[in-house]
Design a protein around this ligand. Structure first.
Ligand SMILES: *[C@@H]1O[C@H](CO)[C@@H](O)[C@H](O)[C@H]1NC(C)=O
Ligand SMILES: *[C@@H]1O[C@H](CO)[C@@H](O)[C@H](O)[C@H]1NC(C)=O
Ligand SMILES: *[C@@H]1O[C@H](CO)[C@@H](O)[C@H](O)[C@H]1NC(C)=O
Ligand SMILES: *[C@@H]1O[C@H](CO)[C@@H](O)[C@H](O)[C@H]1NC(C)=O
Ligand SMILES: *[C@@H]1O[C@H](CO)[C@@H](O)[C@H](O)[C@H]1NC(C)=O
Ligand SMILES: *[C@@H]1O[C@H](CO)[C@@H](O)[C@H](O)[C@H]1NC(C)=O
Ligand SMILES: *[C@@H]1O[C@H](CO)[C@@H](O)[C@H](O)[C@H]1NC(C)=O
Ligand SMILES: *[C@@H]1O[C@H](CO)[C@@H](O)[C@H](O)[C@H]1NC(C)=O
Ligand SMILES: *[C@@H]1O[C@H](CO)[C@@H](O)[C@H](O)[C@H]1NC(C)=O
Ligand SMILES: *[C@@H]1O[C@H](CO)[C@@H](O)[C@H](O)[C@H]1NC(C)=O
Ligand SMILES: *[C@@H]1O[C@H](CO)[C@@H](O)[C@H](O)[C@H]1NC(C)=O
Ligand SMILES: *[C@@H]1O[C@H](CO)[C@@H](O)[C@H](O)[C@H]1NC(C)=O
Length: 496
């Protein structure tokens, strides 16, 4: 590629100067740039014009440089193998002595002179053109914090004569979206994606600067907790929580919080022999020098077999026949347990609540519940239901048997079925309204029909009557019991 070199002074001034030289002294060489700063590997045009006295014939035109090693005073660059391939004479043999030098390197940094020889004399255009060859270097901070502004500079060692446009590359991709200012690339409010290798170059030139690495630092983002093992956590397991975060530089400071309370530090938080006490929300905090960031909370659900299984009876007091009674089984289990009920070892129902709407004495007995989940089972301690009821099956019986001698009495005994047992008994003779005696036994001394009444705190019941007959000094007792059922006992006793 050619480099277009602009003439620094405006053309009229050059011509004016040329005219002046020509008129004052007929010999002269004018270079449009005395200093040329060129990019490595580019082509340089050294614009040049020359004059000589009229009447002279040009015999030779060439360019030279001071070369101390060379034997001849002014070596011809066109004959120098280091230049001959790269050098092109664009001028003529009248007044234009422009040359082009391609693929310039640092070794080409010299002062160059135009020399010409006429049939009469020779001339060296002094001072010559100083060529400086530069490369490009990206100047950028090594690291920049996300959100900050940063500017990258494409540096050359001399001010380029050619005012070409700078172009930028990130990771070898040309940057089109960013605006550059001179030789600077301005990155505003830097994002993480701006990190990478930056090169700069000049539009239309092959040379590309070495890359500069730009690192974008940022506080931890996307902090998350992972639990090792994906499945169910059962009491006694070992569990590790892993805090991961995206940050630059990588976060090294991790803290763990259980329900808001600090419990440890380090990237990994290990719990061995986990218990239900560890069922909580956990969070980790990841810190680098740019900030703080917390993870979302993760909840540990620690599973365990049933425990603390117990039965409670609603109502604290006495259970009386006919009451509604509710037994409740409580247990602590995760996942929640299934409950079964047993009475004296026999399965009687399931569900947390066992209800009996009209309890009878048949319901008296030992009850326990079983709580079961996939991690185990446990039984409650047995509770005993005592169902209270008023006296029933009240009956009168006669103590002893056989013959009783004249003047003796006969003892009647009142028996009953009740809970609690009856302690209070009243005796009646059928024709009398008031009681004739009390206590569980009664001594009858005269004829009549007698019955008893048994009491407890839940009620009372009377027995059937028994007939006592006294005949001439003899007491004949007829006891008629067992009207109710076949199990009744009939005792007949004769007493003289
Ligand atoms: C000298 O020759 C070059 C190449 O042909 C041309 O670009 C330049 O304009 C000429 N210079 C003058 C002063 O005529
Ligand atoms: C970045 O540059 C913009 C535009 O010049 C300016 O508004 C902003 O405040 C700068 N931000 C920082 C962090 O310097
Ligand atoms: C120099 O330029 C030529 C084309 O003009 C190109 O082929 C070559 O790769 C370049 N060399 C370097 C080192 O850039
Ligand atoms: C957070 O991480 C997840 C998975 O690692 C990813 O898909 C997501 O894009 C990240 N979010 C941000 C804001 O970086
Ligand atoms: C979790 O990690 C701990 C320690 O590395 C290991 O003992 C335990 O078995 C792991 N638990 C699961 C569920 O993978
Ligand atoms: C923690 O998580 C990170 C990223 O997910 C992973 O690279 C690392 O191996 C994990 N560490 C352990 C001990 O599991
Ligand atoms: C971690 O960060 C906390 C909060 O900034 C600080 O108090 C603590 O000293 C840091 N720990 C380490 C090991 O750097
Ligand atoms: C695990 O913890 C339970 C209750 O805290 C304890 O009884 C048991 O011995 C512990 N087991 C081990 C292996 O430490
Ligand atoms: C439950 O049982 C555990 C032992 O298994 C005991 O430490 C705890 O106090 C019990 N909790 C209740 C509410 O009874
Ligand atoms: C027991 O619970 C049942 C059903 O909820 C109720 O009908 C009954 O009155 C309760 N008994 C007592 C003594 O609270
Ligand atoms: C007691 O009385 C009930 C009815 O009240 C009856 O069903 C039961 O058979 C009686 N029991 C005896 C032993 O007489
Ligand atoms: C029943 O009779 C026996 C002797 O036959 C006597 O020992 C007992 O005390 C009597 N019981 C009552 C309650 O009278």
């Amino acid at each position: 590629m050619m480099m277009s070199v602009r003439m620094a002074p405006p053309l009229p001034l050059i011509f004016f100067t040329m005219m002046l030289r020509v008129s004052m002294a007929d010999w002269g060489v004018i270079y449009s740039h005395s200093h040329i700063c060129a990019l490595k590997n580019s082509s340089v045009i050294m614009s040049c014009s020359y004059t000589y006295p009229t009447g002279h014939q040009i015999e030779k035109v060439f360019w030279t440089k001071i070369n101390v090693k060379a034997k001849e005073e002014f070596p011809d660059l066109f004959e120098d193998p280091e230049y001959s391939q790269r050098l092109q004479y664009l001028g003529d043999k009248q007044q234009n002595c422009t040359i082009r030098l391609s693929h310039v390197t640092q070794k080409d940094q010299h002062m160059y002179y135009f020399r010409f020889i006429t049939n009469i004399d020779k001339w060296l255009g002094k001072p010559g053109v100083t060529l400086t060859v530069t490369d490009l270097q990206v100047e950028a901070p090594e690291r920049v914090t996300e959100g900050h502004n940063v500017s990258l500079t494409c540096k050359s060692s001399c001010t380029l004569t050619d005012r070409a446009t700078f172009i930028w590359y990130r990771n070898s991709q040309p940057l089109t979206e960013r605006r550059d200012r001179n030789n600077q690339l301005l990155l505003q409010s830097v994002r993480r994606e701006d990190a990478g290798r930056y090169n700069c170059a000049l539009h239309g030139h092959t040379y590309i600067s070495p890359a500069a690495q730009l690192t974008v630092t940022y506080p931890p983002k996307n902090v998350s907790v992972s639990i090792n093992g994906s499945g169910v956590i059962v009491e006694g397991d070992s569990v590790t929580l892993n805090c991961s975060s995206d940050s630059n530089p990588p976060a090294l400071n991790f803290s763990w919080f259980k329900g808001g309370t600090f419990v440890g530090s380090g990237r990994i938080y290990s719990i061995s022999n986990i218990s239900s006490d560890h069922s909580e929300e956990y969070k980790c905090r990841s810190i680098n020098e740019h900030g703080e960031e917390y993870s979302a909370a993760v909840t540990l659900h620690v599973m365990y077999p049933p425990r603390n299984v117990s039965v409670s009876i609603n109502g604290s007091g006495v259970i009386v026949e006919g009451d509604s009674v509710t037994l409740t089984c409580s247990s602590d289990a995760n996942p929640p347990a299934e409950i079964s009920w047993f009475k004296g070892g026999m399965f009687v129902g399931s569900g947390r609540i066992y209800s009996v709407s009209k309890i009878s004495s048949d319901h008296s007995g030992e009850y326990k519940c079983r709580s079961i989940n996939e991690h185990g089972e446990e039984y409650s301690v047995a509770v005993t239901l005592h169902v209270m009821y008023p006296p029933r099956n009240v009956s009168v019986s006669v103590n002893g048997s056989g013959v009783i001698v004249d003047g003796d009495s006969v003892t009647l005994i009142c028996s009953s079925d009740s809970n609690p047992p009856a302690l209070n008994f009243s005796w009646f003779k059928e024709t009398q309204s008031s009681a004739v005696g009390s206590g569980q036994s009664f001594s009858a001394l005269q004829s009549g029909r007698f019955y008893c009444e048994a009491h407890n705190q839940h009620g009372s019941q009377r027995s059937d009557a028994v007939t006592v007959t006294v005949k001439g000094g003899l007491v004949k007792l007829y006891i008629s019991v067992g009207v109710i059922c076949g199990a009744a006992v009939i005792i007949t006793m004769l007493i003289w």
